[in-house]
Design a protein around this ligand. Structure first.
Ligand code: RTP
Ligand code: MG
Length: 140
C-alpha cells in the first residue's frame, strides 16, 4: 500500500475533556504521522458545508450544533493505507458497537458525541483536507 493521507477531527466532546493528547497517542502508536494540526472553532456555515452529505438526515441539526459547540482539533494524518487504518482505530460510529481498544470505545459518549471524525474514502479525504488546510500548513 502506498503512503496516503486522511483527514481527522477531534470533536467537541473530546476537546472539552482534554483528551487531545490521549487520542494523539493512539494515532501515533498505530503508526500514523500527524503532519498537520490546528485548533479552531467552526461557524455554523462551516459545519453545514463539511457535513453537507448528511443534510437530509434527522440528526443533521444536532450534529451542526454539536460540532460548533466548542473548539475542535483538525488534523491531517499520513501513513500506509491511512484512510482505512484510521477508520479501524476509530471504531464504529456508535461506541456501543465499537471494538475494544478503539478510540470511540475508549472515549466516545454516544453515537453523536463520538470523539473523532475520519474520512471514509481517499476522495473524501482530499475534499476535507482542501476544505480545512492550505498546502503550506501540511509538513509531511
Ligand atoms: P464521521 O463522519 O464523523 O467520521 O463518522 P462516521 O462516518 O462514523 O458517521 P456518519 O454516518 O458519517 O455520521 C457523521 C456523524 O454524525 C453523527 N451522527 N449522529 N444521532 C445519530 O444517530 C447520529 N448518527 C450519526 C456522528 O457524530 C457521526 O460521526
Ligand atoms: Mg462519515
Amino acid at each position: 500500500m502506498a503512503k496516503e493521507r486522511t483527514f481527522s477531527i477531534i470533536k467537541p466532546d473530546a476537546t472539552r475533556r482534554n483528551l487531545t493528547g490521549e487520542i494523539n497517542a493512539v494515532i501515533e502508536k498505530a503508526g500514523l504521522r500527524i503532519v498537520a494540526q490546528k485548533r479552531v472553532k467552526w461557524t455554523k456555515a462551516q459545519a453545514q458545508e463539511f457535513y453537507a452529505e448528511h443534510k437530509e438526515r434527522p440528526f443533521f441539526k444536532e450534529l451542526v450544533t454539536f460540532m460548533t459547540s466548542e473548539p475542535i482539533v483538525l488534523q491531517v494524518l499520513e501513513g500506509e493505507d491511512a484512510v482505512a487504518k484510521y477508520r479501524e482505530i476509530m471504531g464504529a460510529t456508535d461506541p456501543a458497537e465499537a471494538k475494544r481498544g478503539t478510540i470511540r470505545k475508549k472515549f466516545a459518549l454516544s453515537k453523536g458525541e463520538n470523539s473523532v471524525h475520519g474520512s471514509d474514502s481517499t476522495k473524501s479525504a482530499s475534499r476535507e483536507i482542501k476544505m480545512n488546510f492550505i498546502a503550506k500548513e501540511i509538513a509531511g
